[in-house]
Design a protein around this ligand. Structure first.
Ligand code: F6R
Length: 241
């Protein structure tokens, strides 16, 4: 695991964009795994800037997002589909048909979850996965648990996650209680992983990810077993390493 610490989240995000740009260079068909939340916003801004400047071409990129709230469709401003359109897809030359976010509104979540994994598999897996990390160590919406879940699945969100995400909603009661998330199998099969974390609020989770046991109580700790992970941190997030 490579750990890079930067003065600002902007610097870390530029470094993240650089890693993505190098991986995409000359690749042709490229499968990009994406995250939502506050953390990747400056990264997405930098990717959009490079695309606008003609340095980075998304025409052959197929994207797969990690997760979606159950019950919110893409027209809901707090849905992750809406977030991605708003923060990235509408600002780059990706074909909208090649952008994928799990559906949280289908009638059969289990079938949707299986179909999502099969689509990624059919693409040859994820070439590069972008991750954030929850204050409780979650990646995607793989919450602390007694086991690691391999496939895409529906999760009950923990109180910690509901508290962390209520800032995006009018009231805590409005935060959905369930989400559909890519499992650890999909994440661990990604050829390359970059994880960004900013702020003191992430310091404990980052410490557990790097220095703790590989333990499903800190889902991100499984990344210790991945052979190509780069952490891009600001000083505050790295402060307990
Ligand atoms: C969202 C996701 C989550 C977030 C995490 C951190 O797609 O994968 O694991 O990365 O909850 O969220 P922020 O960046 O808002 O602190």
């Amino acid at each position: 695991m490579e750990i890079k610490v930067f003065e600002t989240m902007q610097d870390a995000s530029v470094a993240g964009a650089e890693i993505i740009a190098s991986a995409m260079k000359g690749a042709g068909h490229f499968v990009l795994g994406l995250a939502t939340g506050s953390t990747p916003v400056p990264l997405y801004r930098e990717l959009a800037r490079r695309n606008k400047g003609g340095e980075l071409d998304f025409a052959s990129v197929h994207s797969y997002n990690l997760d979606e709230y159950v019950g919110l469709d893409g027209s809901h401003p707090q849905s992750f589909r809406y977030f991605m359109d708003d923060n990235l897809f509408h600002h780059i030359n990706i074909d909208p048909a090649n952008t994928h976010v799990p559906s949280g509104t289908g009638g059969d979540h289990e079938a949707d979850a299986r179909a999502y994994d099969e689509m990624i598999e059919a693409e040859g897996g994820i070439d590069l996965q972008v991750l954030g990390i929850g204050n409780n160590g979650h990646i995607g919406f793989n919450e602390p648990d007694s086991v690691f879940h391999a496939g895409t699945h529906v999760v009950d969100l923990t109180d910690s996650t509901i508290d962390a995400n209520k800032r995006f909603f009018e009231r805590r009661e409005d935060v959905p209680r369930h989400a559909i998330t890519l499992g650890m199998g999909g994440i661990m099969r990604a050829k390359k992983v970059i994880l960004l974390a900013f702020g003191a609020v992430k310091a404990d989770a980052v410490r557990a990810l790097v220095k703790g046991e590989v333990d499903p109580q800190c889902p991100a700790s499984i990344l210790q077993l991945h052979r190509d992970v780069t952490l891009l941190l600001d000083r505050a997030a790295a402060s307990k390493l």
